[in-house]
Design a protein around this ligand. Structure first.
Ligand SMILES: CC(C)(COP(=O)(O)OP(=O)(O)OC[C@H]1O[C@@H](n2cnc3c(N)ncnc32)[C@H](O)[C@@H]1OP(=O)(O)O)[C@@H](O)C(=O)NCCC(=O)NCCS
Length: 199
């Protein structure tokens, strides 16, 4: 499905309206034909090397949570997400696994639009929250997510293979159960904590 300029400028989330270059369009992932463009765009930027199986795990299981920015036939932006039930809290948790915009097109709110498309879809799918990790040094990503309403949940020590720490960021679609009883944004644990459920 393609998202024309007028749809691109009618967000449900808090991302401010903007106009994109006229040759840019936003599309949902269709099938394997889109995979090479997405992989080559994202591989250029991310510090963690992903195998094609990682891409397939996310995209084949949640194709409706993968969006691309296209310029002609070229994929110049992509976001890959999933949505499942969080084991301890039994919340519907969205997760942004990968996001990238081609270098020469950055700073034009394409990244924000891709995040907004995923948040809108997650909301339609009844998500309670959306999380992601990003390097503590990635000021671009931290700025983008902060401007969209994400907050820092925790710092994950030496989370990446390069030894860098990560921030876990969280966006709340709904206030968690227990919030008004003073349990804060994390809400109530449904099961007791074990090392396997520590996320
Ligand atoms: C992070 C990334 C996706 C941002 O894409 P983008 O299209 O340039 O982002 P946007 O234009 O939507 O930026 C929205 C806001 O984010 C912040 N931001 C974006 N890039 C920034 C930068 N380099 N430094 C500081 N803030 C930045 C700003 O607050 C900006 O709002 P403003 O333009 O009103 O100041 C892009 O830089 C990228 O692909 N980086 C490499 C891959 C990566 O780091 N992915 C994230 C992994 S979690």
């Amino acid at each position: 499905m393609a998202y024309p300029a007028e749809a691109a400028n009618a967000p449900e989330t808090s991302a401010p309206s903007t106009s994109f270059p006229s040759d840019i369009r936003f599309e949902q992932y269709r099938d394997e034909r889109d995979m090479p463009g997405i992989v080559s765009l994202i591989d250029k930027d991310l510090s963690e090397p992903y195998s094609v199986f990682t891409y397939r795990y996310f995209i084949n299981n949640w194709p409706d949570l993968c969006f691309m920015t296209m310029q002609g036939d070229r994929c110049v932006g992509a976001i890959i997400c999933k949505l499942d039930v969080h084991r301890c809290r039994k919340t519907h948790r969205g997760y942004i696994a990968m996001l990238a915009v081609e270098k020469e097109l950055r700073g034009q709110r394409i990244g924000s639009k891709l995040v907004q498309l995923c948040l809108d879809r997650m909301r339609q799918l009844n998500a309670d929250e959306c999380v992601l990790e990003t390097e503590v040094t990635n000021l671009g990503a931290l700025g983008l997510y902060r401007s969209m309403g994400f907050v820092k949940e925790k710092r994950l020590h030496k989370y990446y293979l390069n030894g860098n720490d990560a921030f876990r960021l969280k966006y709340l679609f709904k206030l968690p159960e227990g919030f008004h009883a003073g349990m804060g944004c994390l809400g109530q644990l449904v099961e007791s904590w074990t090392p396997e459920t520590k996320e």
